[in-house]
Design a protein around this ligand. Structure first.
Ligand code: 2AM
Length: 172
């Protein structure tokens, strides 16, 4: 099972992010990520056997995270795989703390893959031949997040399809 931990945007923010993908596409090209699949990856776990998914899901369901706010105000890209994303210019310390805390727990279960660098981003376009430029409008969105989800990724003809397997407990 191909797994990752992510923050999934609430529906209204998901729609706004989808609108940004529509705005970026004529400039950058590539394959637009469907609204349902937009997310922020906190920990990519790769292929894992099914019992591992259960173990990770049980661990996640017992966790409560510190709610936080992420201000999205920046276009960005990873030129080589042709990714176009939105992220934050600053104020990412709470997300970094969250990613750090999650990897501590995952490593406690002997999972590996903690990245050397964490660059929080929401991918809008994949395999885009052009990177975002000054013609794109300013981004100003706020994401109030409360829980992390364990997501299983399936490859389909239309791209990746995601299913949520487990989530952290909401804070009281
Ligand atoms: P991306 O959005 O930058 O492509 C599910 O595949 C998620 O995990 C995606 O958000 C993707 O990030 C990320 N991901 C995919 N393959 C990865 C890898 N080999 N290492 C780290 N993250 C990966």
């Amino acid at each position: 099972m191909r797994l990752f931990l992510a923050l999934m945007p609430p529906p209204a923010l998901r729609r706004r992010l989808g609108e940004l993908a529509d705005i970026a596409w004529p400039h950058c090209g590539g394959r637009r990520v469907p609204d349902d699949s937009l997310h922020l990856t906190l920990a990519f776990l790769g292929e894992q056997p099914e019992p591992r998914a259960t173990e990770i899901g049980d661990w996640l369901a017992r966790l409560t995270i510190l709610p936080g706010q992420w201000r999205l105000d920046r276009w960005g890209g990873f030129r080589r795989p042709g990714i176009v994303w939105v992220g934050g210019a600053e104020g990412e310390a709470p997300l970094r703390d969250l990613q750090y805390q999650l990897w501590d727990g995952l490593e406690g279960m002997d999972l590996t893959g903690r990245p050397k660098h964490f660059a929080p981003h929401i991918t809008l376009l994949r395999r885009a031949p052009r990177q975002p430029g000054p013609a794109l409008p300013d981004v100003s969105l706020t994401w109030d997040y409360t829980r992390v989800e364990l997501i299983q990724s399936f490859f389909t003809q239309g791209g990746s399809h995601y299913v949520s397997l487990a989530r952290t407990t909401l804070p009281e």
